[in-house]
Write a protein that binds this ligand. Structure first.
Ligand code: ADE
Ligand code: ZN
Length: 326
């Protein structure tokens, strides 16, 4: 099995419908509008975000989050992952009535449990939500930089990228950059190539979440390749949300062939009926990548990870192909 790494997954988006039902029963919440026949119910990006918010409200204690992170990471390790970076959202924790420090400590505990059980390495990326607006995103950046945690090594922005202008979030990203956090921005998913260019110009991230619609602008593709910007591609998410009609139409391979650094990710796995293993399988079956290029994708992810150099070197060493006996 090729070793895998994931850079783009929202921790609240990893809860299975079964776990959501369990929590809903525990807390006496009716989630019948959001779960049916063991699948989440949504029909477009807006209703997906509504369902996502509703499900995240079912996680209310540090232990709920420790359990969520432990489940996600142990499953990921079983699928061959050696590294994960997941997005956290203090806004979601506060909305659920949980103290953001307790939220972070709970998640860190889940990471420790999974690491002890499987050896998987993990870091967290704090995010602000674009559709709540620049002040809220700046508040998220101020909180995480005023309360540094060794496992939080990045800052990003998720949410509805059709709202506001990238430049509105400049201060939040300056705060995070000055604190030494790695930067990533969701762009080029539901908004076109311009959103990717605007994010690069205004926020100067080293990675873009999705970014696939950059393919609509040849000069931008050239720029991504030249500047070594890493795209956190999530093909299964893009198909589920209707960004592209089929995997055959997805620009993953075209971007890679144009010299853009691409990685594979699951985004919100049970919402999109996917997981990291399936994303690698799709890359093999549809994009026709065999073990060597797949290992190369994992290597790109590890090289772009927001981790200290010692850990990066250890992870890269795990990627050396095992010598075949003569
Ligand atoms: N939050 C969770 N999943 C997301 C996605 N695919 N795009 C933007 N924000 C998100
Ligand atoms: Zn995402």
């Amino acid at each position: 099995m090729v070793a895998k790494a994931e850079l783009h997954c929202h921790i609240e988006g990893t809860a299975s419908p079964a776990l959501a039902r369990e929590k809903a029963a525990l807390y006496g919440v009716d989630i019948s509008a959001f779960v049916r026949d063991d699948a989440y119910i949504w029909h477009d990006f807006t209703s997906f975000l509504v369902a996502y918010d509703a499900i995240s409200m079912l996680f209310r204690t540090a232990e709920d989050y420790a359990d969520l992170a432990e489940r996600y990471l142990t499953r990921l390790a079983r699928d061959g992952a050696i590294y994960s970076e997941f997005f956290i959202s203090t806004d979601h924790a506060v909305s659920a009535g949980l103290d953001p420090q307790a939220y972070i400590e709970g998640l860190a505990e889940g990471i420790r449990r999974a690491r002890n059980a499987t050896g998987i390495e993990c870091r967290m990326i704090a995010t602000g939500l674009r559709h709540i607006g620049p002040e809220a995103v700046e508040h998220a950046a101020r909180f995480v930089t005023a309360n540094p945690h060794p496992l939080i090594t990045g800052f990003g922005m998720a949410g509805d990228e059709r709202m506001h202008h990238a430049a509105d979030f400049r201060r939040a990203f300056d705060i995070a950059r000055d604190a030494g956090l790695g930067l990533t921005v969701h762009a080029g998913e539901f908004a076109g190539a311009t959103s990717v260019r605007d994010a690069l110009d205004a926020l100067k991230p080293s990675r873009i979440g999705h970014g696939v619609r950059a393919i609509e602008d040849r000069d931008l593709v050239k720029r991504l390749a030249e500047e070594g910007i890493v795209l956190e591609c999530c093909p299964g998410s893009n198909i589920a949300l209707g960004v592209y009609d089929s995997f055959e139409d997805h620009p993953f391979k075209a971007l890679s062939d144009a010299g853009v650094k691409v990685t594979l990710n699951s985004d919100d796995p049970p919402f999109f009926h996917t997981d990291l293993g399936r994303e690698y399988d799709i890359a093999c079956d549809v994009f026709r990548l065999d073990d060597d290029p797949l290992r190369g994708i994992t290597r790109t992810a590890i090289k772009a990870a927001f981790i200290d150099e010692e850990t990066r070197a250890k992870l890269l060493a795990k990627l050396l192909p095992v010598e075949k006996p003569a």
